[in-house]
Write a protein that binds this ligand. Structure first.
Ligand SMILES: NC(=O)c1ccc[n+]([C@@H]2O[C@H](COP(=O)([O-])OP(=O)(O)OC[C@H]3O[C@@H](n4cnc5c(N)ncnc54)[C@H](O)[C@@H]3O)[C@@H](O)[C@H]2O)c1
Length: 331
């Protein structure tokens, strides 16, 4: 496939450290970025891209076929609405938006302009997670009864990557705390792994160890329409040196345990534990390819082949935002 020409809106941490390398590794091209911050624009130019201070400049770039939106959450809506009106394909970072109202507006814009849209749930594309889905589909686990996820980190008040301000602890910009930032990955992943969306959800949040107002931890419990249970522990108050990225899919014939696969990087470990013998059977997957590289490949492939676009769904992503709102006791 000829490489897709990408634009990026918001060239901060995730764009620089994960998306730009993913675009390169997939054999695509980063054509241009837009970012009001001169340091971010300089970083983009250092990566060989043209840079614009505003979105209008990026939109006029004829070689930009697909645009990745990676601004702070409250700015997703405005960017996606403008890009949709310009007819660009959009891959927008999670959470879809800082509020459910903004996420609904995004879906309206996508539908009104009939653009190809995906929310950047990169965890769907981690090779280990694809392997889990394949194992579930073969029936090796028997009846899947539960998915258990731990996805946590330490995010103090002064946390900063790529020299950016810590907007994550500001409810107006982020839409919430650890639950808003980290839980969407797991909520979406449950549907991807076992093919059943969560339909019922409850959660408890805490603001316990950090000195800011948004939640620094949450426990969520969910159930799919078919009766599988899900639990998610997400946190900003877990030291990074502790075990903090774990995914288990439990079935009547065995379980799969993935360690250190949740997150932006390649690698981790995956093992099947047999339900009869208790014997562990390590499973191989591509340890080199990051979820971002695979996400770029999948989005680019669907851009070229519309028949693959069914794997991307703004309506499904809006459902995930509804679950997040319900978990916060809203909606
Ligand atoms: N999928 C993942 O694993 C993952 C990881 C990290 C971040 N994210 C998501 O990516 C998004 C960005 O997060 P981050 O940590 O990279 O943030 P960041 O603060 O590091 O970078 C944000 C960038 O957006 C720029 N920006 C601000 N206003 C803008 C505007 N109006 N137009 C264009 N650019 C603007 C900033 O100058 C900055 O360069 C968030 O939605 C976050 O939730 C996802």
């Amino acid at each position: 496939m000829d490489g897709v020409g990408w634009g990026i809106v918001g060239y901060g941490w995730v764009a620089r450290d994960y998306m730009e390398p993913g675009i390169r590794a997939a054999g695509h091209r980063l054509v241009a970025v837009c970012d009001p911050n001169p340091d971010s624009r300089a970083a983009a130019e250092g990566a060989g891209a043209r840079s614009h201070a505003d979105l209008a400049g990026l939109i006029t770039e004829p070689d930009v076929e697909a645009v990745y939106v990676a601004t702070p959450n409250h700015l997703h809506r405005g960017a996606v609405e403008a890009l949709a009106a310009a007819g660009k394909a959009v891959l927008c970072e999670k959470p879809m938006a800082a509020t459910l109202v903004d996420a609904e507006a995004i879906v309206r814009a996508v539908e009104a302009h009939n653009i190809f849209y995906g929310t950047a749930f990169d965890q769907r594309h981690h090779p280990a997670h694809r392997a889990i889905r394949a194992q579930v589909e073969t029936g090796r686990l028997g009846i899947v009864t539960a998915v258990r996820i731990v996805y946590a980190c330490w995010l103090g008040r002064d946390w900063s990557e790529a020299g950016q301000p810590n907007w994550r602890i500001d409810a107006a910009q982020a839409g919430g705390g650890a639950l808003m930032d980290l839980a969407p990955h797991g909520l979406d992943l449950v549907e991807f792994l076992i093919g059943e969306p969560i339909t019922t959800i409850a959660a408890l949040t805490q603001t316990r160890a950090q000195d800011y107002a948004v939640d620094d931890g949450a426990l969520l419990i969910g159930r799919t329409a078919g009766g599988a249970l899900a639990s998610l522990h997400v946190a900003y108050n877990c030291p990074d040196a502790l075990p903090r990225r774990r995914l288990e899919v439990v079935g009547t014939k065995g379980m799969l345990v993935a360690e250190n696969t949740m997150g932006q990087t390649a690698g981790g470990a995956l093992v099947f534990i047999d339900g009869a013998s208790g014997r562990p059977d390590p499973l191989a997957f591509d340890p080199e390819s990051s979820p971002f590289t695979e996400q770029v490949r999948a989005f680019g492939s669907a851009l070229r082949r519309p028949e693959e676009r069914a794997a991307w769904s703004a309506a499904r992503d809006l459902h995930t935002m509804r679950l997040v709102a319900r978990a916060y006791g809203q909606g």
